[in-house]
Design a protein around this ligand. Structure first.
Ligand code: GAL
Length: 715
């Protein structure tokens, strides 16, 4: 039998026994358990636990033991089974076969590996969909999605759910008290992939039921949707079809569209919650339940998946789509890809993990470049910095046949030699063991960082509304939001991406980018927040609409004028190749996507003015003190984020919230559990702001492209 090849490693590999001992990230030890708090499932001292996907059903049983041993030797502490294995678990209707899975779990456990067990519901077996084709999704062109890939079954099919309940119950009964199984993943990236939305008759029916429940009577729906125009009025709920641009001569009704997205997110969540509730009723209380969603994937809202213990996410950073910084940036990617999601997912339940990152090239990109040497390790440190408890690679072995054939694994195609990314992973896995030794559970975030912890307020409703009606083909809510995210990261601010259920009072500053849909209650909460000393940053498009996405019968965004100190505003867009300018503190900044022209109310400071166009001299950025705090309104969406950054820096400095750093673009410094994590996403060497008396634990102060440096402050 071939052995694992480690030609590049100077380190001594751990034996399986020592891995067992260091598997302390999981329950059974330490931590005072607080019911409902998912951190009870993890041991703080272990910081983060690395793991990797494995598909026993895809490989000869004779290789499993070797693979698990190699996995443990690589420093992985858990593996991940089953999310696509329905046809192996239930080869025929009602006939279950878990013998092979028992063996795989047992062999993994024997190597000291824990197991995340998954429900296989994204991959219904052929016998099921062949017998019951009505469980299949239908796409926007009316085409039924057939067997042959995955994620073809409709969440809205009651019959499909019946089969799902049966397999989930059987799995839970089988592994619900297996000590090797640390937790459960439901489904896989719940979404319907490229066709995204479901137009099947099951979905049509459930959408109508959802609407009936929401509106009660058809007149209310007609009123909210504005159906009097274009004679869109319905007499009865039974006449309603899912809004679908493919089968309409024009753009669908925007309110119908928004409701359809809300319904779809509810349907996805109910599918996940249903499985979680079954698991919960059977499994032992020490096993956790989560799912792995794709960030920003339109029809899905992780916060609605309330039956889960916590949420994780998946992210593929190098696939020909992201340019990053500098010449080699396309091999390293952009830091928001992980940073923004760390800061969002962590805040849903207080705990998160990253369930999939690539160990090397993917097979599905526009083109598939090699990640830059070190990039995989850089990403792992970024995930660590975001307080993740789990970091899991997709996947251990590169498939030799079947789907995803050219997708790299930790191992090369021989199954036993590390791939280039695999080497990065092993290095991280060793370093994290070393960092655990330096962990001090009494460490607290440095005061100057904690003092500028900032919330960015987001909502899926705003995302869905603007994605359908962007109003300009250059408008992109996510890009608009991350211009502020990067401005905050530039100054070393810890960021929480939160929704309206957050406690606003925890944050000295809240940024609510383009918060288009508001109501009186939210405006009151914002007003109270600033009166009590908070600093609120609102940006263009905020308050244009009510919660039903209707424009107010008022001047544009009228309900927020009192708060931002405006009397009136209108907006402008420019052609793609033109830039207009604003003047802010003696410097000129350009914009192109969105520019608002504001008439300030008396007493409001004007921070920036337009310096060209027919509205030259008019206000573009406002600031006003309210109570003990302030409101800043940025009416511009720039391309390059320079204005956003300058405005935030002025606000923070002016309010005694001193920026900790002024980092170069593409460089981040995060703090977690006593460790400063410096990350270099640029194509150049960078000198990190490591104090002379700091204790450097990993890397050096000067880091190469895709390099990291970890340090601790002097005692
Ligand atoms: C993910 C998916 C995995 C695998 C991977 C390939 O989106 O969840 O199952 O397909 O992509 O990169």
């Amino acid at each position: 039998m071939k052995q694992l090849l480690f030609p590049f490693l100077s380190c001594v590999m751990l034996s399986a026994a020592s891995v067992l001992v260091s598997c302390g990230n999981f329950p059974g030890t330490a931590e005072v358990a607080v019911p409902g708090d998912p951190s009870r499932f993890f041991v703080r001292d272990s910081l983060i636990s690395p793991g990797v996907y494995y598909y026993p059903e895809q490989w000869p049983e004779s290789q499993w033991e070797r693979d698990f041993r190699n996995m443990a030797d690589c420093g992985f502490e858990f593996t991940h089974f089953g999310e696509f294995a329905w046809s192996s678990m239930e080869p025929e209707d009602g006939t279950f076969d878990f013998g092979w899975l028992d063996k795989a779990v047992g062999m993994a456990a024997a190597q000291g590996l824990k197991v995340i067990m998954c429900t296989p519901t994204p991959t219904p077996p052929a016998w099921l969909t062949h017998r019951h084709p009505d469980v299949l999704v239908v796409n926007s062109s009316g085409q039924r999605i057939e067997h042959g890939a995955r994620q073809q079954a409709s969440w809205a099919s009651e019959l499909y759910r019946k089969y799902v309940r049966r397999i989930v119950t059987a799995l839970a009964e089988r592994y619900g008290d297996n000590p090797a199984v640390i937790g459960w993943q439901i489904d896989n990236e719940p979404s319907h992939y490229s066709f995204s939305y479901d137009y099947s008759e099951n979905a049509q029916r459930n959408f109508r039921i959802w609407l009936q429940k929401k509106y009660g009577d058809i007149d209310s729906l007609n009123h909210v949707w504005g159906n009097a125009f274009w004679s869109q009025t319905y007499n009865d709920f039974s006449q309603i079809r899912i809004p679908n641009g493919k089968v309409l001569p024009g753009t669908p009704n925007p309110h119908a569209m928004l409701d359809y997205k809300r319904y779809t997110a509810d349907e996805a969540a109910s599918f996940i919650n249903m499985q979680a509730d079954i698991l919960r009723s059977i499994i032992s209380p020490g096993q956790w339940i989560m799912t792995n969603t794709m960030p920003g994937h339109s029809p899905v809202d992780p916060a609605r998946m309330t039956s889960l213990d916590f949420l994780t996410y998946t992210r593929y950073l190098v696939n020909g789509r992201y340019s990053g910084y500098g010449e080699q940036g396309f091999r390293i990617s952009n830091p928001d890809m992980l940073g923004y999601n760390n800061d969002y997912y962590r805040n849903i339940k207080g705990v998160t993990g990253v369930m999939e990152i690539q160990p090397g090239q993917v097979n599905w990109g526009k083109f598939n470049p090699q990640p830059y040497p070190g990039a995989v390790r850089l990403w792992m440190y970024h995930i660590f910095a975001g307080e993740s408890r789990l970091v899991c690679h997709y996947r251990f072995r590169q498939p030799l046949k079947g789907s995803e054939q050219h997708h790299y694994g930790t191992m090369q195609t021989d199954g036993v030699s590390l791939s280039p990314g695999g080497r990065d992973i092993v290095r991280f896995n060793e370093e994290i063991k070393e960092l655990r030794r330096h962990y001090d559970r009494n460490s607290a975030m440095p005061r100057e960082m904690a003092a500028i912890r900032t919330a960015i307020l987001v909502s899926p409703d705003n995302r869905w509304e603007m994605e359908f009606q962007p109003q300009s083909d250059q408008w992109d809510l996510y890009r608009h939001t991350i211009r502020y995210y990067y401005a905050l990261k530039n100054m070393g601010a810890p960021v929480d991406i939160v929704e309206e259920d957050a406690d606003f009072g925890k944050y000295p500053v809240i940024v609510a980018p383009a918060y288009i849909m508001v109501d009186g209650n939210l405006i009151d909460r914002w007003t109270e927040y600033v009166s009590e000393g908070g600093h609120l940053v609102l940006t263009c498009r905020t308050g244009e609409k009510d919660r039903n996405a209707a424009l107010w019968e008022d001047r544009l965004a009228g309900p927020v004028y009192g708060l931002i100190g405006a009397e009136e505003l209108y907006f402008d867009h420019l052609p793609k190749d033109r830039q207009a300018h604003v003047e802010f503190d003696g410097k000129e900044y350009s914009w192109n996507n969105w520019g608002e022209v504001i008439t300030p109310a008396e007493g409001t400071e004007v921070w920036a003015r337009h310096s060209d166009q027919f509205y030259k001299g008019s206000a573009a950025v406002l600031h006003r003190a309210v109570g003990k705090g302030s409101v800043t309104y940025v009416g511009i969406d720039s391309d390059d984020g320079r204005l956003e950054k300058a405005v935030l820096r002025k606000l923070y400095a002016g309010e005694g919230l001193d920026p900790v750093y002024d980092l170069p673009e593409g460089v981040l410094v995060e703090w977690r559990d006593g460790f400063f994590v410096g990350l270099n996403y640029t194509s150049d060497r960078q000198v990190l702001p490591v104090p002379d008396d700091a204790e450097v634990l990993v890397g050096e102060k000067t880091v190469p492209p895709a390099g990291v440096c970890i340090w601790k402050a002097a005692k």
